[in-house]
Design a protein around this ligand. Structure first.
Ligand code: ADP
Ligand code: MG
Length: 530
């Protein structure tokens, strides 16, 4: 009898989402929205007998109940505090949008005075559609590098043919030397160029021209040179910071004897803007939401005090905001602060760490670790896997959120496969809530950032944005593959601008626009005549 009871009690105390705990949980958080998502299941007879008034309560049982309660007391507040710390009501969004606009101005006034570097791209002329010939693009973005060739046929034929290839970057190269990384890239590019044929024609005697998309902060010094300021997104390659990345690539190609040259160094946001503008003249802003995040937009040169020589014929130039560095007034939790402190760049890229693909899964993992440790969310057995940083990726949390089955089976199998934990349906609901909290904050803050850019453009030139169709070109794996995130982003834009103004703001996925965009910028900046 005693051993039976001990067994039963242990089952209760180790599992915070047992029926007994549900009852406690529901009464404790009756007013909280969580109750809406936690379905109450009928209390099974075995449990009911524990709750029957008048049944003798042993010391053992009292202790067990206290254990359950203390688990719950420590467990549920974790979620509630998280939701409070990550909340993005309209005033927070408005603050973020206004602060983004103010930081943009500060960064345009003088270098080094703002979280936003507001880097000049040297791209003053966007593609017109008249570009012709064979051009290459190389995209070094984070997780992968991509190579692409495009045969452009001018206004009539437009894009005649494209081919691309993708290579993932070995982990060790992300922490190795600059030479090793650029040799790897140059050799991937050379192999790809060797397979050229079919519809792709390079006029005799010409060197292949490349638009090099390099999605890390670079101080651009001309259209085909730029100094790496620092690596981000988990890269810690030695010997590149402070160097011209085009020279690094050219030198690697020389070492390999490859006859190719970089005609345009472009940030991926700039490539996306150029690629989208090729098809649609209303594109004014481009945003990347992938491993990292960034945004660029079309700026008037007379709105850039730090620009000394205003050589742009068009009177406009693309400015790369590097908005990942934004930090003013962001709603952050203890988990964000710990992740930042443990990162290779503490105190930097806070906006990026809050909204981009590299980090969302990791924030969720950190919350789950605390819930597992403090409150046995997944039972009493700890999982070593769950303690592994970055093991839970943003693709996983997006897949979990897309599980709409009653028992959240997909959530259960992802938790089991990826972080090695067993979960009951209520634990899965909590996990779903955590994913939703982090994705919602990310999407809504990204939306507020976009409104900040539009606001700044409109303040400088009344009517340039509002009241006419304006397209924001979006790209990146996070935006492409996470529907909830996309919806939260759009919601924030609509809330901030109101339904009338937001009707004219088209937030549009421009898939892989940056690759073609970079090739197009190689064409507009070609050393040969068109
Ligand atoms: P990069 O930013 O490295 O150039 P991508 O734009 O392809 O590459 O974005 C890759 C990132 O997108 C991944 O690091 C991941 O964070 C995110 N991602 C990829 N697939 C998904 C998915 N299914 N759901 C949510 N996010 C995803
Ligand atoms: Mg990319």
């Amino acid at each position: 009898m005693l051993s039976n009871m001990v067994l039963t009690i242990n089952t209760f105390s180790c599992c915070s989402t047992s029926p007994l705990s549900q009852i406690y949980f529901a009464s404790f958080f009756f007013t909280h929205q969580l109750v809406q998502t936690m379905s109450m299941t009928a209390t099974p007879p075995a449990v009911r007998s524990y709750l029957t008034p008048g049944r003798p309560t042993s010391k053992f049982m009292t202790r067990a109940r206290m254990a359950v309660r203390s688990n719950l007391l420590s467990f549920a507040p974790i979620l509630i505090n998280l939701q409070r710390d990550c909340a993005t009501p309209l005033p927070v969004l408005r603050h973020v949008a206004d602060a983004m606009a103010a930081d943009m101005r500060a960064g345009l006034a003088v270098d080094g005075r703002s979280d936003l570097k507001m880097i000049l791209s040297y791209v003053d002329d966007l593609p017109t559609g008249n570009e012709k010939g064979l051009f290459y693009a190389l995209d070094l973005g984070g997780t992968n590098f991509r190579v692409l060739r495009v045969q452009l046929g001018g206004k009539e034929e437009r894009v005649v043919a494209t081919e691309f290839d993708q290579v993932s970057i070995p982990q060790e190269l992300m922490f190795g030397t600059s030479e090793a990384l650029f040799d790897f890239i140059a050799s991937g590019l050379a192999k790809f160029a060797q397979k050229e044929g079919g519809k792709f024609h390079l006029p005799h005697g010409r060197t292949r021209e490349i638009g090099f998309t390099f999605s890390f902060p670079v101080k651009q010094t001309s259209i085909d040179s730029g100094i790496l300021i620092k690596w981000t997104k988990g890269f810690a390659v030695s010997g590149t910071a402070g160097k011209d990345v085009v020279s690094c690539l050219n030198e690697a190609m020389q070492r390999l004897g490859t006859d190719m040259r970089v005609s345009a160094l472009v940030n991926d946001t700039v490539g996306t803007l150029a690629g989208a503008r090729y098809w649609d003249d209303d594109v004014m802003v481009a945003v990347i939401l992938g491993t990292g995040t960034n945004a660029c937009y079309v700026e008037r040169v007379d709105s850039i005090p730090k620009l000394q020589e205003q050589k742009s014929v068009s009177g406009r130039t693309i400015v790369n905001t590097e908005w990942g560095g934004f930090s003013n007034g962001l709603p952050l939790s203890e988990f964000d602060r710990q992740m930042d402190a443990d990162s290779i760049n503490p105190g930097e890229q806070i906006f990026e760490k809050t909204i981009s693909g590299m980090y969302l899964g990791e924030i969720v993992r950190r919350v789950l670790v605390k819930m597992a440790e403090v409150a046995d969310l997944f039972g009493e057995h700890a999982s070593a896997k769950l303690s592994t940083p970055f093991i839970l990726g943003t693709p996983h949390i997006s897949a979990m959120q897309q599980d709409s089955s009653k028992n959240l089976e997909a959530v259960g199998s992802i938790l089991y496969d990826v972080v090695g934990v067993d979960s009951n349906v209520n634990a899965r609901k909590i996990v779903w809530e955590v994913c939703d909290t982090i994705a919602k904050r990310g999407g809504r803050l990204a939306g507020a950032g976009i409104v900040g850019i539009l606001e700044k453009m409109e303040e400088d030139s009344k009517g340039v944005i509002y009241g006419k169709r304006t397209v924001v070109a979006m790209d990146g794996g996070l935006y492409e593959h996470y529907p909830h995130y996309r919806k939260y982003l759009q919601d924030a834009v609509t809330e901030l601008l109101g339904s009338q103004l937001s009707k004219n703001i088209v937030i549009e996925h421009s898939k892989d626009g940056s690759g073609i965009g970079a090739a197009l910028l190689a064409a507009t900046n070609s050393k040969y005549e068109h």
